[in-house]
Write a protein that binds this ligand. Structure first.
Ligand SMILES: O=C(O)CCC(=O)C(=O)O
Length: 271
């Protein structure tokens, strides 16, 4: 897949692009089987929450080694549909993966993500420039009831806000302060929900304000996130760096692989 120049301009202007049904039912089926498999693993890379200890996040699915490594998710990350789009929107062919994570947002218990910009945490990781982007793919239908993600169009132009630490859920993060967020919501167009059937995807800028609500539905909402950085923008050394599964030290440029890689990986997994 090659984005058109208009799509790249739209990304620069709005901070995101939507891709309805980017992945097929067959591909999503394979990725869901892998989600089931990896979610059984007990590891610090699998974060749980709630009464039923449902998985909130699983990290580092894209590597070849490690407990949560998944050949199918690795293949997805290298498809032109994901990797080429990230390269084009970052205006750089040399990109690596800062981290991958799969948010499982369990039925009834899956908690919210307050409004935030991803880049604040990544800047603290030692990354200088906000030249990063995330491709997210919904693996189950995403709806307002099950806590779909919302993005605030154009808000990546705001630069880095001065956030506060939120520790109210099983994953602690930096979130926009409420008075600031009220101002941003007056200033920018209405938030856009990232809704759609399984296989729908969105690419968004690391300073784009985004959030999602609690999952009030009876079904889990599964969504994978691949976060890309330019190789030349790799983190500087910091004191007490976060673990490799959130701040990768694998800065080798990623190479585009076959677009049918997920299906091939799926066949190998069942062989
Ligand atoms: O899974 C979601 O709905 C939002 C996740 C998110 O914003 C993040 O991981 O930064």
């Amino acid at each position: 897949m090659e984005l058109t120049p208009e799509q790249v301009k739209q990304f620069d202007r709005d901070g995101f692009l939507l891709f309805p049904n980017l992945f097929s039912e067959e591909e999503v089926g394979i990725l869901r089987q892998e989600t089931d498999r990896v979610s059984q693993i007990r590891s610090e890379m699998v974060v749980r929450e709630g009464e039923t200890e449902a998985v909130k996040i699983m990290f580092r699915l894209h590597e070849t080694d490690g407990e949560t490594a998944s050949p199918a998710f690795r293949a997805a990350a290298h498809t032109p549909r994901i990797l080429r789009a990230a390269q084009q929107c970052l205006h750089d062919d040399d990109v690596y993966m800062h981290h991958s994570k799969l948010n499982m947002k369990a039925a009834i218990e899956g908690s919210a993500w307050m409004w935030h910009q991803d880049f604040h945490a990544w800047h603290l990781d030692g990354i200088a420039e906000p030249n990063m982007a995330t491709m997210t793919v919904v693996l189950t239908e995403a709806t307002p009831l099950n806590g779909c993600m919302y993005v605030l169009p154009g808000s990546h132009k705001e630069g880095r806000s001065d956030p506060r630490r939120d520790e109210s859920t099983a994953y602690k993060l930096w979130v926009a302060k409420t008075p600031d967020m009220k101002e941003y919501m007056k200033k920018y167009p209405e938030p856009v929900p990232i809704v759609g059937g399984a296989g729908t995807a969105a690419l968004f800028h690391c300073n784009l304000l985004h959030a999602s609500g609690h999952n009030l539905s009876a079904e889990d909402r599964w969504q994978i996130f691949f976060c890309f950085n330019q190789c030349k923008n790799r983190p500087a050394d910091v004191e007490n760096p976060r673990p490799d599964y959130v701040r990768s030290r694998n800065w080798t440029p990623l190479t585009i692989a076959a677009d049918d890689g997920i299906v091939t990986a799926g066949r190998e997994l069942t062989a």
